[in-house]
Design a protein around this ligand. Sequence first.
Ligand code: ASP
Ligand code: MG
Length: 406
Amino acid sequence: MGVIVQKYGGTSVADLDRIRHVADRVIRTARQGHALVVIVSAMAGVTDGLIALARRVDPEPDKRELDALLATGEQTTAALLAMTLRARGVPAQSLLGFQVEVRTDFCYGNARIQDIGVERMRRLLDQGVIVVVAGFQGCDPEGNITTLGRGGSDTSAVAIAAALRADCCEIYTDVPGVFTADPNLVPRARKLERISYEEMLEMASIGAKVLQIRSVEFAMKYRVPVHVRSTFSDEEGTMVVAEENGMERVVVSAVTMSKTDARITLKNVPDRPGIAARIFTPVAEAGICVDMIIQNTRASGATDLTFTVPRADYRKALAIERQVAAEIGAEEVLGDESIAKVSITGVGMRSHPGVAARMFATLAREGINILMISTSEIRISCVIEQKYAELAVQSLHSAFGLDAPA
Ligand code: ASP
Ligand code: MG
């Protein structure tokens, strides 16, 4: 008998009515003859509320204790769902991270799953019991509770599906699937029937919030088919699967946008070996992730160097670079927080030439200046002025033929 893993996010279990609705879905799936493991998030807003509570005690709460606190959110939902199922006469049992044996490293607040014990879940499934697992949590080799980072119950679900070799991991959420663009920005965005792991990974890394990025890495590594769909309708969602031949027919699958970066420019930097290392080492040591980098050589033999960092780290990075600039004799440091990054993603780019040119021509037609460009094999991103972000997404969506028929 095939195992199905279902994961329900915070909005899907936001109150007791919704938990009852989830129980209906779970019972329906079980009656179709599937062995079922259900992973739950904390009720919507609960994790944020617990973090706020902790900060009232200590603005920088102890990380071990914070994880002990945050794990209670998922513990509550798992118990409530199991209770709801049992009250309907359906055998169900809740399990916490340590009971499943979701073993992680020691990194509180952002732990990585190392391995998952399946014996206890298997035993329950063999007895016809629905297993309800508290997502987002695990335990380190010393038995301490750890959590997997915000949105981490997606990763719990995919990892458990991989460990159980489940037929499918269904991610139930408040949107009907993965779209060609954010429907709030592009009214004619379409739901994708299928998307490859790689495309999903690129999209997750540039601001699409449908799935936690680590869950996609896990799914790709262990080839777990993931079905992203809505809790509130029976409509099919989007299958996230290995790349197939047919996928190449579309050049671009989706257009995304993020306003989470800032840009820093060092002007007139001496052009000699070791300078880039001087510029980037202190930022790295401060734990700041640099994304795009461009360097232009000037006629004078000096260079300008521009790079992006997360907006949250902007002030810190700027202060570091002002110091570096003084040391290496750069002319000045400029910063800009009002930028946006628009990206097009699609495996079809591998086999279709001219995609970048079409992207640039589309932006040019709208009078949008491109400040920076970066590419991967299946993605092209442009940094532009923030005020043009929405316009850029809409025109690229049309230009690449993604608009739904009017
Ligand atoms: N409750 C956790 C969070 O809000 C984990 C999750 O929902 O996936 O980040
Ligand atoms: Mg979530």
